[in-house]
Design a protein around this ligand. Structure first.
Ligand code: PEP
Ligand code: MN
Length: 261
């Protein structure tokens, strides 16, 4: 199955590269990252408006004040935009801000949210829950599709395991499994999957080799100054190197990077 977003199609021969900061930090910051990632080969922008942080005193995102920033930047740069929805009450305002609604890992089990998203005509990027079985994840997807919205894209972002050397354990099996046994497109998120900028490119390439339909990576021009998740953000040269690696790797699997619209 393919999910179409404008002229892009997720789940076909073209590989979707989604990039951007963990959180929108300001107009100038988001515009700068967006222009840089587009120029270097991203076909999709990411960036959090509402951040569900483990620590209540951590930066929670710019929230509603960033709607206008997101709208302006995505139009100026000309890339579709994916961002996380954390509450069904955000749907009305976010409908014309995002091209794809992201359901974060912490909300995979938020069935009232999933049911609301199931009534929309808008693609949903459904992240795997922190410790969710593949079976539970697929049932969460069904909460959306049963409402009539078939435009579900899964996102493997790592699961909690006994291992603490990395933030999460990226489940490469899940990529192969979803491709083999389901018809959902699947995107890999090696940023949250590893929590370590030095490991992101390797795991992105491994996921591409396992058959995922795209990768979503966090990118920041100055990761050490990021308001969230700087430790796992690629800087711009690292992002360019990843694009070069994917350019070389994907043709082996009969695919190519999608070009920006
Ligand atoms: C994110 O992608 O911004 C995010 C918060 O990821 P996750 O829900 O996978 O932790
Ligand atoms: Mn993040």
């Amino acid at each position: 199955m393919r999910v179409n977003v404008g002229s892009l199609s997720i789940g076909g021969d073209e590989f979707t590269l989604i990039a951007g900061p963990c959180s929108l930090e300001s107009q100038s910051h988001f515009l700068n990252v967006a222009q840089e990632v587009r120029q270097r080969g991203a076909s999709f922008l990411r960036g959090g408006l509402f951040k569900l942080r483990t620590h209540p005193n951590s930066f929670q995102g710019l929230g509603t004040e960033a709607y206008s920033i997101a709208r302006q930047v995505k139009e100026q740069v000309g890339l579709p935009f994916v961002s996380e929805i954390t509450d069904p009450r955000q749907i009305g305002d976010m409908m014309d801000v995002v091209d794809v609604f992201q359901v974060g890992s912490r909300n995979m089990y938020n069935y009232p949210l999933l049911k609301e998203l199931g009534t929309l005509n808008k693609p949903i990027l459904l992240k795997r829950g922190l410790s969710a079985l593949i079976k539970e994840w697929l049932l969460a997807a069904e909460y959306i599709t049963q409402g009539g919205n078939e435009q579900v894209i899964l996102c493997e972002r790592g699961i909690r395991s006994f291992e603490t050397a990395t933030r999460n354990t990226f489940d490469i099996n899940a990529i192969a499994y979803i491709k083999r046994y389901t018809s959902f497109p699947i995107i890999a998120d090696p940023s949250h999957g590893t929590g370590n900028k030095d490991l992101v490119a390797s795991v992105a390439c491994a996921a591409a080799a396992a058959g995922c339909d795209g990768v979503m990576v966090e990118v920041h021009p100055e990761p050490e100054k990021a308001l969230s998740d700087g430790f796992q953000a690629l800087d711009l040269p690292q992002f360019s190197r990843l694009v070069d690696q994917l350019d070389q790797l994907l043709p082996v699997f009969g695919r190519r990077l999608a070009k920006p619209q």
